[in-house]
Design a protein around this ligand. Structure first.
Ligand code: SF4
Length: 363
């Protein structure tokens, strides 16, 4: 793959590590927003090569981890209904709800299928006009354009048996909530490159100014991440706030206008609960009234949902950067990838799963 080798080359990585070590004269805590960045940092061992004064804090940017328990419980209730084909990305099938997960619903006879895109779910709706096809539409700004397009396409075709259970979340309001929390220790951010590829970085500028922090969009390869960390450290050392783009080969200030337009046509901003964190104002997307016919939440009355989180799970604190996975008493004991108590252990982007996979835990 073009670019992969160049961005994993040890020579520039070593040079960047030396520059970071020289630049960091004080302790700093930098949050990488995205679970994909967390996994890349741990997979390449970057956290172990940085100066000890530099702390990387893991952020809430894992869509599977932050989808609220209430949405999972609602998904389970819809998926168990006869006549429904319930579709989702693969990771969501094992995320524990209050008492169940989608895999168990499937094992009991529910028609639960994993798909690679919402357009596959749309295809199922065309093929099975006598069934209700529901797609669990979760994720950040990255998946919103595809999910919006599926709804718009269903409307254009007049499909009446397709709907989405929408639980989209937005990154900037979560960053504001983290920075404004009394327990916050984050002093700078690595912003997720793929989110910025869609949305650009314009909306980070007022955030950086308001909280006086550096925000650096980066990619997911070692050179990308180290360049991002270096920029962040240099800005912190200079006492500067603002946005410095370190993913220029992909990210533009205004993002992708066509993708943003389809999202804006189909979705509107709403308050949204984040799993383990609570409601963050203005942090979600829901279907606009014009597309209400495609809203699974309206289409399926599942009665009252009373979600119950396992008490041991501290994923909310982990997702806000207050604690690290190996500080959870259940980590590697009651909670493993085979017996996950929380979504952060299930998800392929979850911080707990990353610590388990790459052996980042105290003995
Ligand atoms: S180790 Fe398991 S129980 Fe602990 S925070 Fe992570 S997911 Fe939750």
């Amino acid at each position: 793959m073009r670019f992969l080798q160049e961005y994993r080359d040890p020579t520039p990585c070593r040079a960047l590590l030396a520059r970071i070590a020289a630049a960091a004269t004080r302790p700093w805590a930098i949050m990488e927003i995205c679970g994909g960045q967390t996994h890349a940092i741990l997979r390449h061992g970057l956290d172990q090569m940085l100066p000890p004064s530099l702390t990387l804090v893991h952020g809430p940017g894992c869509p599977v981890c932050v989808t609220p328990l209430e949405t999972i419980d609602r998904a389970l209730a819809i998926a168990a209904r006869p006549g429904v084909i319930f579709t989702s990305f693969g990771d969501m099938l094992r995320v524990p709800g209050s008492r169940d997960d989608l895999m168990r619903v499937k094992s009991r006879g529910g028609d639960v299928r994993f798909v690679d895109s919402p357009l596959e779910a749309l295809q199922l709706a065309r093929r099975h006009p006598d069934r209700e096809v529901v797609f669990l539409a979760v994720g950040f700004e990255t998946t919103a354009p595809g999910n919006a397009m599926a709804v718009r396409q269903a409307a254009r075709e007049g499909l009446t048996n397709f709907s989405e259970l929408v639980s989209h979340v937005l990154v900037p309001p979560a960053m504001a909530a983290i920075l404004g929390a009394p327990a916050n220790r984050v002093q700078g951010f690595l912003a997720a490159g793929h989110v910025c590829a869609v949305m650009g970085w314009r909306e980070y500028e007022p955030l950086a100014a308001r909280f006086g922090v550096p925000i650096v969009p980066t990619g997911f390869e070692p050179v990308d991440l180290l360049q991002g960390i270096l920029s962040c450290v240099e800005m912190l050392e200079r006492g500067e706030a603002g946005v410095e783009n370190r993913y220029a080969r992909i990210v533009k200030r205004d993002g992708n206008p066509a993708a943003r337009a389809v999202v804006d046509e189909v979705f509107e901003v709403c308050d949204r609960p984040w799993r383990g964190i609570g409601v963050i104002p203005g942090s979600g997307l829901r279907l606009r009234a014009a597309y209400a016919a495609y809203d699974a939440e309206r289409r399926f009355d599942v009665g009252d949902i009373a979600p119950q989180e396992p008490r041991e799970c501290i994923s909310g604190e982990i997702l806000q950067g207050v604690k690290k996975p190996d500080q959870c008493a259940a980590f590697g004991k009651a909670c493993t990838p085979a017996t996950p108590l929380g979504a952060t252990m299930v998800s392929s982007e979850g911080a707990c799963a990353a610590y388990w996979k790459y052996h980042r835990r105290n003995p």
